[in-house]
Design a protein around this ligand. Sequence first.
Ligand code: PLP
Length: 398
Amino acid sequence: MIRASQRAMGIVYAIRDVVLPARELEKKGIKVIRLNIGDPGKYDFQPPEHMQEAYCRAIKEGHNYYGPSEGLPELREAIVEREKRKNGVDITPDDVRVTTAVTEALQFVFGGLLDPGDNILVPSPSYPPYVGLVKFYGAEPREYMTVEENGWQPDIDDMRKLIDERTKAIAVINPNNPTGALYEKKTVKAILDLAGEYDLPVISDEIYDLMTYEGKHVSPGSLTKDVPVIVMNGLSKVYFATGWRLGYLYYVDPEGKLEEVREAIDKLARIRVCPNTPAQLAAIAGMRGPMDYLEEYMKKLRERRDYVYKRIQEIPGVSAVKPQGAFYIFPKIEERKWKSDFDFVMDVLHEAHVLFVHGSGFGKAGDWHFRIVFLPPVDVLEEAMDRFEEFMRKRLGA
Ligand code: PLP
């Protein structure tokens, strides 16, 4: 047998790994309600009309060529306008790099920052590539706790304990996947203070920035005075265009500390040639176009969040913090009748035919939790919650 790389073979991606057993059931003709993947495009959410038109027009008008590695100048300008509006940041198009979605921005940032032996602080629980990709680059993801009893806000003292001389950055996901937490302004400030104390940059994943229910997102980029911040965002969530694979990163670096990292990231950008050209023209339309669609979509999402939150409160053996952003809820399994949270999720799948993701797949703090995606319409969620409630009552004899 030809050996594969240990680096790649070590990768775990819980959100998609649970799909294989679900598929086995579906092959037998069983209808599984899948609440595992955060893809709005699979439900009644589509990118706004003006972006769809711009994408089609770009292709028809012949914008099917390679573009610059750093992204089209006009899009970088439009991103600056958007980010100034949202975060009041003092940046120019030269600070912006367009990427093949946030996933590639993560590859650039980790690839540009980390050598084997380095470490980076990542939230626990967190979106799995924060652990998987960091390891792929030979570095160590150090998980700082976010605290359920405190609305899943990060524990700053825990962060501090993890920092040593090989720490390269602090990564923040806000609003958070999988907890739906929205960080308070004082928390964002405290993270910046800590980063400043140890001379570390903050990596800020803001892909759910305008997707909040209570309160507004605060970016570290909008508060920093000296700490370098790398912000990442894209079209996948707030613009509902997951499949277009387009995103960006930008540097808020008041003291120019990221000069070498920027050069490294540009090298990475050049060897992968460029991001999708027509999708960039659609992104210009998105950045500059009306946002009224978001209001309508947030209304639907709020109704779905409220529904699932209410049902979780009524179901015995589980509890949850009310999510304040994104489209996930991360309940705790209060009754430990199973071997693990994975065992629990598999039992729910085989018995109730509803697919969740096990919390431990999101890191240490996810143990004995599970993630539910509340994107489907209420009638689908109702069927899923009915099946889940019946399952819990049966298992717990309640
Ligand atoms: N970052 C977070 C926190 C996410 O939840 C996701 C997708 O679910 C991504 C990044 C990936 O985004 P993209 O589609 O832009 O690669």
